[in-house]
Design a protein around this ligand. Structure first.
Ligand code: TXA
Ligand code: MG
Length: 328
C-alpha cells in the first residue's frame, strides 16, 4: 500500500510545499468548511484524471473549481448575472458553489463536456492559504470533489480522508489536516445560467438567504427550481449517494443493536447504540457523516436516524439522508 504524506501542521512552509506538489501534477486533499476535498491543478488533464481514478468516479461528472477570491472568477466563466454577483459578495468565502457558462479555460475534463463550470471560494484558513499559495505560483484554480470514493459519505476529518483514499494515493500526494469541518455537509450548488438562480443541491446557504441576497422572492425561487427539468449532471443529485455501508433507516423506532442518530432531546431506547446527539440542526450537519462512518467502523448493520424538521440546513440534511437511505 502506498503512503501519501499526512500533513498535520499546516504552516506557511507546509502549504507552500503543498501548492508546489499540486503544480507538479500530484493530488492534495485539503479541508474546507463543508467537507474535505481532493484537489488537483484544474488545468492539468493528467492530474484531474487521477482524481477520477482515485475516487472511482465516472469521468463525465463535472468538478468544482476552487479559487482564493471571486476577483479571479472572470478567467473561468462568462455571463455572470447581477444576482450572482450579489450571492458571491454575500456568501464567499463560504459554503456555496455557483454554476456559470464556462470560459475556454474550463476544459471538458473539468466540466464533463458540459458548457458550464462550477466555482467556489471556500471559507477555511487552510484551504484559502493553499489556494493563495497556488495562485502566487501561477496556478489558476484547484479542481476538487469531496475526498471520498464515489457514492460514499464525504469525509469531514483528515483521518476519514486517509481511511477512504490512502490505498489509492501515491507517496507524492498529500493529505492536509485542518481539523474537523465546521459545516459538515457539502456546499449549496446554485445554477446561475438562468434568469433566476436555481438550487441544484441544498446546503448551508438556504433559499431564504438566497432570496435575501438577491432580492428575488422565495416563491419565485422555488417555482424556478420546480419548473426546469434537471438537465445537468450532478452526482450529488443521484438518488443513491452519500451512503455508508450500514443500511440507513428513516422514521423508524430503533431496535436493540441498531445505531441511532437523533436530536439530543430524543432519548435512546434500551440496547440501542447512540452514535450522535446533536442539540441543533447545525450540529446535526456537523456530526452526521462522522456518525455514519462510526457506524461502519463499529460494524453496525443498520442505523435509524430521526431527521430534523424545518427549514435552514435541515433541508440539506434531509436531502442527503434520503439518498443515503437508498443505499450504495
Ligand atoms: O462542499 C463542496 O462542494 C465540496 C468541497 C470539497 O468544496 N465539494 C464537493 O464536490 O462536494 P463533489 O464533486 O463531491 O460534488 C460537487 C457536485 C457534483 O455532484 C457535481 O456533479 C456538481 O457538483 N457539479 C460540478 N460542476 C457542475 C456543473 N458545471 N454543473 C452542474 N453540476 C456540477
Ligand atoms: Mg461528493
Amino acid at each position: 500500500m502506498s503512503q501519501s504524506q499526512f500533513v498535520s501542521k499546516c504552516t506557511t512552509d507546509a502549504l507552500q510545499l503543498a501548492a508546489t506538489t499540486l503544480l507538479h501534477g500530484n493530488l492534495v486533499a485539503f479541508p474546507t468548511e463543508t467537507v474535505y476535498g481532493l484537489g488537483a491543478d484544474a488545468l492539468n488533464k493528467q492530474a484531474v484524471a487521477r482524481i477520477y481514478e482515485t475516487k472511482g468516479r465516472p469521468s463525465d461528472h463535472p468538478l468544482i473549481v476552487h479559487l482564493h477570491s471571486m476577483q479571479v472568477m472572470g478567467q473561468w466563466v462568462e455571463d455572470v448575472p447581477e444576482y450572482a454577483i450579489a450571492l458571491a459578495r454575500d456568501f464567499w468565502p463560504g459554503p456555496m458553489t455557483l454554476i456559470f457558462k464556462r470560459s475556454t479555460l474550463a476544459q471538458d475534463f473539468i466540466t464533463g463536456g458540459q458548457d458550464t463550470v462550477g466555482i467556489r471560494v471556500p471559507n477555511h484558513v487552510v484551504a484559502l492559504a493553499l489556494l493563495e499559495a497556488f495562485h502566487t505560483l501561477g496556478g489558476r484554480g484547484i479542481a476538487a470533489p469531496s475526498a471520498n470514493r464515489f457514492g460514499h459519505v464525504s469525509p469531514t476529518t483528515a483521518q476519514a480522508v486517509s481511511d477512504e483514499l490512502s490505498e489509492y494515493l501515491r507517496p507524492e500526494d498529500q493529505i492536509l489536516d485542518g481539523g474537523p469541518c465546521t459545516v459538515g455537509v457539502e456546499s449549496t450548488i446554485i445554477d446561475c445560467t438562468g434568469q433566476v438562480p436555481r438550487i441544484l443541491r441544498p446546503g448551508a446557504i438556504t433559499l431564504a438567504m438566497i432570496s435575501g441576497s438577491t432580492g428575488i422572492d422565495e416563491q419565485e425561487l422555488s417555482n424556478a427550481q420546480k419548473a426546469q427539468a434537471q438537465a445537468i449532471r450532478v452526482s450529488g443529485s443521484l438518488e443513491k449517494h452519500y451512503a455508508p455501508m450500514a443500511k440507513v433507516l428513516l422514521c423508524e423506532t430503533p431496535l436493540p443493536g441498531q445505531g441511532f442518530v437523533a436530536h439530543a432531546k430524543i432519548q435512546t431506547p434500551e440496547g440501542v447504540i447512540r452514535l450522535a446527539s446533536p442539540s441543533s440542526d447545525e450540529e446535526f450537519a456537523q456530526v452526521l457523516y462522522s456518525a455514519l462512518r462510526d457506524a461502519d467502523a463499529k460494524g453496525i448493520a443498520e442505523v435509524v436516524i430521526i431527521q430534523p424538521i424545518g427549514v435552514g440546513i435541515a433541508v440539506a440534511i434531509r436531502d442527503r439522508l434520503r439518498r443515503a437511505a437508498n443505499g450504495r
